[in-house]
Write a protein of this length. Structure first.
Length: 882
RNA sequence: GGGCGCAUAGCUCAGCUGGUUAGAGUGCUGCCCUCACAUGGCAGAGGUCGAAGGUUCAAGUCCUUCUGCGCCCACCA
């Protein structure tokens, strides 16, 4: 007995039932199966602090569409889920939490603080995982990983130690990006530059030997306290004679030299640069090459230290003001200009970063980049859209060493110990022990006075191992799984993290696995609001995906996101965009409801009698075949918006608008019902990767074999026996006829009961097809419908051309406004005439006939014939109007 | 300073290797609560495809320049 569906679609109830089932089902658990091909996606692990936003929603919907489609297509599909410990972000969250009790992390101490973070993670860290489940993500949940799991951590240690052993990790004093708020070093990628309106200060530095001075220009005057030279370009004639002279550094009253260096741009400012080796990367380079003193003037929190003399204790910006005032007082400030320039910011807390000299750990990147460059150049790893290749290559070719140590507590602690005894030696790296296991004693001197490095590793130093560490590498037992699932298939992510993550994963893949980590990188757009701003909680412009799920359902959210997300372009969102998804859900629901309520008991969808198919049946089955071909291809090309729009168009405008409407008139027939069920079932399968909830729900109510979920059903294949090419042409006549009749009906204000006579000049075959459906579809009743090959035209009738061989005449003597009809015809004839003329010109053009492909020329010739014929017939009708 | 992207209907966008009369969603107008659906149906209005050149038999599509947005990268202090 077919089950009934409730009259109104309520996504909430339906979806809650299914997401619960999917979250628990073992069906999404994958294991190596030699008889099947693997298709693997590793999730970009969201931060444990994460709460689902639109970017996540889009990213994970795309992955779920791909994984569900491939699973149905017979692949051993694995979607690896997990979360990232997100060092700085998570530490910040927990610090904020304990701050409410007036506590700092130092008050708790390292161990106690870390306990608190773990506790926080246990309580809140799975929020986003739960939200992904709610969206319908068909991950292999049993495999869920966390970047600080014991196993994962051993991968991080292994990688650190092995890179150190290969001399690809080193430690040293360099200028790094320092966030004074987070009080940690950051990599270059973590310190994005933003243009700011700043000021350029011109400051006089007096010469020691005379009353003259030279002028330097700077945006950060406070750093002058740490100046140990002034540099000019050696080719700069203005200053050549001053090279080697001594200046008196104002305020500090320290003697500094004028040096010459090619790094100085003659054209910028005055051509004289103050050199602060401890607070600027360029100056650092000059400091090294000219053997200058390195004067660090700041504490880690950017408060000036004792080296800043009387400014000690002031914050860097406070000091800037004070210094400017003091310079003014001494008439040493020449001028101040407005100056827009790029300033680095902490990507976590947006504080202006400080270039800061400190001892950090680095990865030597150049050697790692080589295979990563080759793989992409050769196309071994493909990017979609292609344009990101250039971005990737550009970064990779100019790669710089990676600062990986962080002065925070939450993260993978460096597997580095220092021997107190040996470190007294002056040798570089003396007493440094890099080890996979905690060492008991110093291998050099045997001392047990060892101290572990207090730094932790950059979060991305664990993320870059994600495609293989999630399988348990380096443990031996991970081998069979890695052999089967690695390299993974597709990585789906946003452009923002190409450098952070994608590029580094490729390098790690080659370095540690000897193989690429994935074959395809699909870069989707950034989700933005209506004004083009990146959506973020801090801007308060975000549309909450959970809100959309609540209101319209997860299917609606998924559908709309995919439909909007044209491959690669940024996505502008507004609430209304999700209504389309909701409306589509409702349409599917109601069409299904209609079919179900009419169903005979013996209908399964598998019992189509091919011998007695009507032309509309042939048409819809053929159309579905077309849809399957196109949708399958579109998914393979990552054109998911195209795929979902194809299904939408097919289901709504072909199946519902035409087939179901026509089918109403033979709804009692078994064969009609079989076709309805067959097409509905198969469309639900096609749609399932995009809208898993509603498709599974409806499928479960349809007759036929009972299965738990269609998530593992076979993907529809085009059925050759249902390809009826001729049906397209015939149905096309039907559509046009109905369209014409609807217009007649509207123009004449005819109701459903009005009886009209139709004369049709066409073949008998076409007539029967048109006749069968057009009266009801156009909401007209026909007293009389006659078919004729007779070209003579009845007087005073409405007429319309359907196709070359089909002409409809609506016999309505006395009802027609002759004058109006004449005008209408004249207009139509004129339009046709100009089109005809254009085509004729084209064909008279010898170059066109000679150079254009034959098919194009023939098509034009045929079109001209048709137009000529139509013109003739229309003119006849026009003459018959009296 | 380099690089990339976008500009098509009122709005948001599709439009693939150039080839019939440039499409969708939404909004708008008119008529319909017709027994799946008003979250719906039918019909309709609305476009010199950012500008100017060029290539071509043929350009929304390819090339050049320009304009206006947007993004990314970069050690001009």
């Amino acid at each position: 007995m077919p089950q009934e569906l409730p009259p109104k679609y309520t996504p909430k109830e339906v979806e809650e039932k299914w997401f619960d089932f999917w979250a628990k089902t073992p069906l999404f658990h994958s294991r190596p199966r030699p008889d099947k091909k693997p298709y693997t996606i590793v999730i970009p692990p969201p931060n444990v602090t994460g709460i689902l936003h639109m970017g996540h929603a889009l990213n994970n919907t795309i992955q779920d569409v791909l994984i569900r489609a491939k699973r149905m297509q017979g692949f051993e599909a694995l979607w690896m889920p997990g979360t990232d410990h997100a060092g700085i972000a998570t530490q910040n969250v927990v610090e904020r939490k304990i701050a409410k009790d007036g506590l700092k992390r130092q008050d708790l101490g390292r161990d106690e603080f870390l306990k608190t973070v773990w506790q926080w993670k246990e309580e809140h860290g799975s929020t986003i995982i739960h939200q992904l489940k709610r969206m319908g993500a068909s991950c292999d949940w049993a495999r869920e990983r966390f970047t600080m799991d014991a196993g994962y951590s051993s991968a991080v240690v292994e990688v650190f130690v092995s890179l150190y052993e290969k001399k690809l990790i080193y430690r040293g004093d360099y200028i790094i990006n320092w966030c004074p708020r987070c009080q940690t070093a950051l990599s270059d990628e973590e310190a994005p530059h933003r243009d700011l309106d700043g000021k350029l200060y011109y400051i006089k530095y007096p010469l020691k030997k005379s009353r003259e001075h030279i002028v330097v220009a700077t945006t950060r005057p406070e750093t002058m306290l740490g100046d140990t030279a002034v540099a000019v370009n050696p080719k700069d004639k203005r200053y050549k004679h001053l090279i080697g002279e001594t200046l008196i550094l104002p305020l500090m009253e320290r003697e500094i030299k004028i040096i010459a260096d090619d790094l100085v741009d003659k054209k910028f400012g005055t051509g004289c640069v103050k050199v602060t080796p401890a607070h600027d990367p360029n100056d650092y380079a000059m400091g090294k090459s000219h053997n200058l003193d390195f004067v660090n003037i700041m504490h880690p929190d950017a408060v000036l230290n004792a080296n800043a003399g009387e400014y000690a204790g002031m914050d860097r910006f406070e000091a800037r003001e004070a210094i400017i005032e003091d310079l003014k007082e001494r008439s040493l400030l020449l001028k101040v200009e407005e100056h827009r320039h790029a300033v680095g910011h902490c990507y976590r807390c947006h504080t202006i970063i400080e270039p800061y000299l400190s001892k950090q750990w680095f990865v030597k990147m150049k050697p790692l980049s080589k295979p990563a460059l080759e793989a992409v150049k050769k196309g071994e790893i493909k990017f979609t859209p292609k344009r990101w290749i250039k971005v990737y290559l550009n970064w990779m070719e100019n790669i710089r060493d990676w600062c990986i140590s962080r002065q925070i507590w939450w993260g993978h602690r460096l597997p580095v110990w220092y021997c107190e005894e040996c470190s007294k030696s002056t040798q570089p790296d003396a007493g440094v022990i890099v080890s996979r296991t905690t060492p008991e004693r110093c291998p050099q001197c045997g001392s047990s006075d060892l101290k572990q490095d207090s730094d932790v590793l950059d979060t991305w130093f664990s993320s870059w191992l994600w495609p293989f560490a999630t399988f348990g590498w380096p443990a031996a037992k991970s081998k069979s799984e890695l052999d089967y699932f690695y390299p993974t298939s597709t990585l789906v992510t946003a452009p923002e993290i190409i450098f952070f993550w994608v590029a580094r994963m490729i390098m790690a893949g080659f370095e540690f696995m000897g193989k690429k980590p994935f074959s395809d990188v699909y870069i989707h757009g950034t989700v933005r609001d209506e004004e083009g701003k990146k959506m973020s909680k801090s801007l308060g412009n975000s549309i909450d995906p959970l809100e959309i799920i609540e209101q319209y359902g997860a299917d609606a959210l998924r559908f709309s996101l995919i439909a909007i997300a044209a491959s690669g372009s940024d996505i502008y969102l507004s609430q209304e965009r999700f209504e389309q998804g909701r409306n589509f859900s409702n349409k599917i629901w109601n069409a299904s409801r209609f079919i179900l309520t009419n169903l005979r008991e013996d209908v399964t969808g598998d019992g189509i009698d091919r011998e007695s198919l009507k032309v509309q049946d042939e048409w819809i089955l053929s159309s579905f075949n077309e849809a399957v071909r196109k949708v399958t291809k579109a998914i393979d090309l990552f054109k998911l918006n195209e795929a979902v729009n194809l299904i939408y168009e097919f289901f709504w405008h072909q199946f519902c608008d035409w087939y179901v409407e026509i089918a109403k008139h033979s709804i009692a027939e078994k064969n009609t019902q079989e076709v309805l069920v067959r097409v509905l079932k198969d469309t639900l399968l096609l749609l399932h990767p995009f809208m898993p909830f509603i498709t599974d729900e409806i499928s479960s109510k349809l007759p036929g074999e009972k299965i738990e979920t269609i998530a593992c059903s076979a993907w529809p294949k085009p059925k050759k026996e249902f390809d009826h090419k001729a049906a397209f042409a015939t149905m096309d006549l039907v559509f046009k006829s109905v369209f014409v009749l609807r217009n007649f009906r509207k123009d004449l204000n005819l109701g459903p009961q009005d009886l009209v006579s139709i004369k049709m000049a066409t073949t008998a075959q076409n007539k029967s097809a048109i006749e069968a459906v057009s009266s009801t579809m156009s909401n007209l009743a026909f007293a009389k419908i006659s078919v004729s090959t007779d070209k003579t035209v009845a007087p005073n009738c409405l007429s319309a051309l359907i196709a070359k061989d089909v002409h409809l005449y609506l016999l309505l003597e006395g009802l027609v406004d002759i004058q109006k009809e004449k005008e209408r015809l004249d207009k139509e004839i004129a339009a046709m005439g100009s089109q005809l003329k254009q085509k004729k010109n084209m064909l008279e053009n010898k170059d066109f006939v000679k150079k254009a492909p034959e098919a194009v020329v023939n098509r034009e010739r045929q079109r001209v014939d048709e137009l000529k014929d139509s013109m003739k017939r229309l003119k006849e009708v026009r003459r018959a109007l009296k």
